[in-house]
Design a protein around this ligand. Structure first.
Ligand code: PRX
Length: 648
């Protein structure tokens, strides 16, 4: 039983640079050793970094698959993210340097946040929101978004943030599932110079979402809007009349903090439940140690959207719990020009950048001239999340963004895990390009084969063998689906759905979703490894591979490839790339067909949708496209695939 075979061999490694190590929070294995001796005690000590009203009775109560952390403890998330920093004398510290897409800016200090959060908490109360209720939030990346989230937590209501790029149907489904009482939205948000009509979308969804009693609307884009009397309120009006002080509710550690819906591959979205004490403990811990955070000097920028878990954990809760100064940006990397990000880094003196491989590969496609236009010397650490990062993309990021001086931390986690689980500690860990390195202290991860036996070295399935504080507490309203989805494939283990390999030094290498694994002549080949071999060719910016049925080999590999700098692919070039893959990882992985394309189909959060590429490769009708960011991309690929040559 081999699980997934691995063909890759990455030899490069990078120990922590001395100047980085000299100032790093952690430079040795002591945290790991401490956690290995007593993992529950270790997490309890991390929990003490938060302010609790009452300390817990039990650290972890584990009745598989349900965990309770710090039961009996009480705390308030907004207090931990805001009040305590102001009380400590840091009210003037900037929480967010905000920049809107049109170039407007605002500076939000911790004292500003405290004032706004208290007022909005009172607004929500005035609208009838009570402890235990749910509030839906559908907003652009403006400061009112974290304010709304924190205001919910202040009064003990759970928020359900719905990404502003989702349609009215997606919004309606999420409101209905959560039975949200209030919706917080905006008239619109800016995207590449155009208005995304959030309030109009919301109105379309509310006909079929009877639980909503009130809607609060931030004025952002300024167009005329119908406001429904008695239901809709302008943010600025209700804020102006709200009381200024709001005592935080003392919440139980296991009280629901938020719901965040994640779409499985096809079925109904799952409302992932995160609770208060364990979640905050682990996001604060990981944000501090994985990013080597110094709250008084760093300017930290996570370029994700708050609508995804990355934004929840590493724009809002982790950084604010740690009293960090961050950048909050509404726009896209190419508006008005392709150097927008580099300009932001230069202007705010960003020291830590956290982004996704899809963005890095896009920058590779655009070329090095864009980052070279700006002084990026403030950067000292780079992070990656969301997909496996191809070694060449990692190298590009390190060189052209990080000036060869910044460690690159590849961080593996999921909406369900709440916080980073597998990642380096940058002052201590020797990095290998493309590897998320090791489970963090307090995390027990194992790669297993088909029969659930641990693999000492080689490929298989990533599992977790003990609970962790920020783990999901279930799927809202569906405990059975929770058990079935995560805990049934390998008894006693959490199965993440990801393929992974451990190398002979114990490093973890992610190999893509197991649903995407390709079966060629009986060998189970990972999409990530073949894609990384393609991206390893100097002409390639991005690649996606899928298995399509083949009479001889069972499945054959079809590769969709985007070249750097807008180059057009030719059949000869395709041959070169096929040969390159054969040389790098073996003839078994040589793609049967290379389809050149300007872009790949991606979800709105930037993940490649191989499922749709499989439909194209098999010549069948496309499956569910609701999560697809840009439908024109797949139409173009269909045409190109039909014209692409097949090889033996
Ligand atoms: O397949 C893994 C991939 O993204 C999945 C989780 O997606 P989501 O819940 O949207 O959360 C994304 C932000 C945490 C994982 O199951 N993934 C995420 N980070 C990595 C990764 N795959 C490889 N390496 C990573 N660093």
């Amino acid at each position: 039983m081999t699980g997934i075979e691995s063909f890759s061999s990455e030899e490069r490694s990078f120990p922590p640079p001395e100047p980085f190590k000299d100032r790093a929070l952690v430079t040795d294995l002591s945290l790991h050793e401490e956690a290995d001796r007593d993992w529950k005690g270790f997490w309890a000590r991390q929990a003490l970094a938060l302010d609790w009203y009452d300390e817990w009775d039990t650290i972890c109560d584990w009745r598989l698959p349900f965990a309770r952390w710090f039961d009996g403890g009480t705390l308030n998330a907004s207090y931990n993210c805001v009040d305590r920093h102001v009380a400590a004398g840091n009210g003037d510290r900037v929480a967010y340097h905000w920049e809107g897409e049109p170039g407007d800016t605002r500076t939000i200090t911790y004292a500003d946040l405290l004032a706004d959060v208290q007022r909005f908490a009172n607004v929500l109360r005035d609208l009838g929101v009570r402890r235990g209720d749910r509030v839906a939030i559908y907003m652009p990346m403006i400061p009112e978004l974290p304010v709304a989230m924190l205001a919910c937590t202040r009064i003990g209501a759970a928020h359900s943030v719905v990404f502003g790029g989702f349609s009215s149907d997606a919004l309606r489904d999420r409101i209905v599932d959560a039975e949200a009482k209030v919706l917080v939205t905006a008239d619109g948000g800016w995207r590449r110079g155009a208005i995304v009509p959030l309030k109009a979308n919301a109105d379309a969804s509310l006909h079929a979402a009877p639980s909503i009693e009130a809607v609060v609307v931030v004025r952002r884009t300024g167009q005329e809007l119908p406001m429904q009397d008695g239901r809709d309120h302008w943010w600025h009006d209700v804020m102006a009349s709200a009381a200024t002080e709001c005592e935080p509710e003392r919440m139980g550690s296991e009280d629901l903090l938020y719901l965040l819906y994640t779409s499985g591959t096809t079925a109904k979205p799952k409302g992932i439940m995160h609770t208060t004490g364990g979640y905050l403990t682990q996001v604060a811990f990981t944000h501090r140690y994985v990013f080597d955070l110094r709250p008084d000097t760093d300017v930290y920028w996570c370029a994700a959207d708050i609508g995804w878990v990355t934004g929840h954990s590493y724009i809002v809760y982790g950084p604010l719990a740690n009293g960090a100064t961050g950048v909050l940006f509404e726009g896209t990397p190419d508006f008005p020009e392709r150097d927008r990000w580099w300009s932001i880094i230069e202007r705010y003196g960003v020291t830590i950048l956290y982004t996704a491989p899809t963005a890095i590969r896009t920058f590779m496609k655009w070329g090095t001239a864009e980052p070279e236009k700006h002084d990026l010397s403030s950067l000292r650490l780079l992070g990656s999340v969301g997909e496996p990062i191809n070694p060449e993309a990692w190298m590009w990021y390190r060189r052209h963004v990080g000036g060869d001086r910044c460690p690159v931390v590849d961080t593996w986690w999921q909406t369900e895990t709440g916080a980073i689980l597998i990642a380096p500690l940058p002052g201590a860990t020797t990095l290998k390009p493309g590897s998320a390195t090791f489970p963090l202290p307090g995390i027990a991860a194992e790669v297993v084969d088909d029969s659930g036996q641990p693999v000492q070295a080689g490929g298989g399935y990533l599992t977790l063998t003990q609970p962790w504080p920020s783990m999901l507490r279930g799927i809202y309203g569906d405990p059975e689906r929770y058990h079935q989805t995560y805990w049934s494939r390998f008894p006693g283990r959490y199965f993440a759905g990801d393929g992974a390999r451990v190398d002979d030094e114990g490093y973890f290498w992610f190999m893509g979703r197991v649903d995407d694994v390709m079966n060629v002549s009986g060998h189970r080949v990972s999409t990530t490894e073949v894609e990384s071999a393609l991206v390893d060719h100097p002409s390639v910016a991005e690649a996606a591979t899928v298995g399509a049925s083949d009479e001889i080999t069972g499945q054959a590999i079809i590769a969709f490839v985007t070249l750097k700098g807008g180059q057009e692919g030719t059949p000869d070039h395709g041959q070169v790339l096929r040969q390159h893959v054969a040389t790098r990882i073996g003839a078994i992985a040589r793609p049967r067909t290379i389809v050149f394309t300007d872009d790949l189909p991606k979800t709105r959060s930037g993940k490649i949708m191989r499922r749709l590429l499989r439909d194209v490769a098999e010549g069948r009708a496309l499956g569910d496209v609701t999560t697809l960011a840009d439908a024109s991309v797949i139409e173009e690929i269909k045409k190109r695939a039909a014209a692409a040559p097949e090889e033996d």
